[in-house]
Design a protein around this ligand. Structure first.
Ligand SMILES: [Zn+2]
Length: 334
């Protein structure tokens, strides 16, 4: 699942390449839009909204795409070979005089009136990278479900849009709470949300994602992707588990609770995301089957004493996140 920064970078590239250009040909390779033709329309702008991409055309038409896990847009000069994957994975092609935009593996492709964009993105909470950022609104939605694990709530695009698995995992580490900590037990949830937002904003122009400030190989993340390796702060082996991220079931006491069985999400079913945490630096419950993670002071607290299995390895000390210090160029992520 791409994070919002990936989508924002893709939107920036598309905007640079296509905005103001007239479409000379379009090819929708999905049955629903097979007869659609955008030729003659001008690309007005390409706008990221959370993890959604909105390409707006003259005549009040919007192409809505979502990358989900595998999708990507690639840009080519006319005549250049297309290298984004096998041709059967191509879903849509937009051609202008200067550039060809090829959408690979896009699971969501919709054409709709621009005036009706709210139908596809209106459910989203404030965008962590957008001009509509509104922490108060996020906190109202976040704390409305105090029993929900904070790691799941941070991924709920209705609460805040654009945050993905890596940033929510890293933000929980930096805030010293496990991803299973109930929202209502998180001290200063606004600070946690702003930490996550700062991480993603610091990466918007970096092709190589880093949450530690370091771009050195193996040092770009605190806990994400580091299962069983020593915590950079305390040396304790980092743990890894799947976390259920399904929306909470409807409250059975609510007057509008639908009749019929409530489908419960959890280990037995429903969407999950892999997450990582340091059982020493992060307070709070662990995965439902694994019992409490720890009671040790977290990095957000006052003590940073090393605990656990630090064996002859100096804790990693990262520089502060410095926006805009990443290398430019290099491969994009779609
Ligand atoms: Zn640790």
């Amino acid at each position: 699942m791409p994070e919002g920064d990936t989508v924002a970078r893709a939107a920036g590239r598309m905007q640079t390449a296509l905005a103001g250009r007239v479409v000379t040909g379009s090819d929708f390779r999905v049955p629903r839009w097979a007869t659609a033709d955008l030729a003659g329309r001008t690309v007005l702008e390409v706008v990221p909204r959370g993890k959604h991409l909105l390409t707006r055309f003259s005549g009040g038409l919007t192409l809505h795409t979502h990358f989900r896990l595998e999708g990507s847009w690639h840009l080519y000069r006319p005549g250049e070979p297309w290298t984004g994957g096998p041709h059967w994975q191509i879903r849509v092609v937009l051609t202008t005089a200067e550039r060809v935009a090829v959408g690979y593996r896009l699971p969501v492709i919709d054409l709709l009136p621009t005036s009706e964009e709210a139908n596809v993105v209106g459910h989203l909470g404030p965008d962590v990278l957008g001009p509509d950022w509104d922490l108060e609104r996020v906190l109202v939605a976040l704390t409305a479900e105090p029993d929900r694990p904070v790691g799941a709530a941070l991924l709920d695009q209705r609460i805040l849009a654009g945050l993905g698995n890596i940033y929510r995992t890293e933000a929980c580490f930096l805030h010293g709470v496990t991803p299973w900590t109930p929202v209502g037990s998180v001290e200063d949830p606004g600070r946690l949300v702003e930490r996550a937002r700062a991480l993603i904003r610091a990466n918007i122009d970096r092709p190589e994602r880093s949450t530690t400030g370091s771009s050195r190989r193996g040092e770009t993340h605190w806990v994400y992707g580091r299962g069983a390796r020593p915590c950079r702060r305390c040396g304790t082996p980092i743990r890894r588990a799947e976390q259920s991220v399904a929306p909470p079931p409807p409250d059975p006491n609510h007057p509008n609770h639908p009749a019929g069985p409530v489908k419960r999400a959890g280990p037995a079913g429903g969407p999950t995301r892999v997450t990582y945490w340091c059982p020493s630096c992060q307070r709070g419950p662990g995965p439902p089957d694994a019992g409490p993670a720890s009671g040790a002071p977290g990095p957000g607290g006052t003590s940073r004493r090393a605990t656990g299995a630090a064996v002859g390895r100096r804790p990693f000390r990262a520089a502060a996140i410095r926006p805009g210090t990443g290398r430019s160029g290099g491969p994009g992520r779609g």
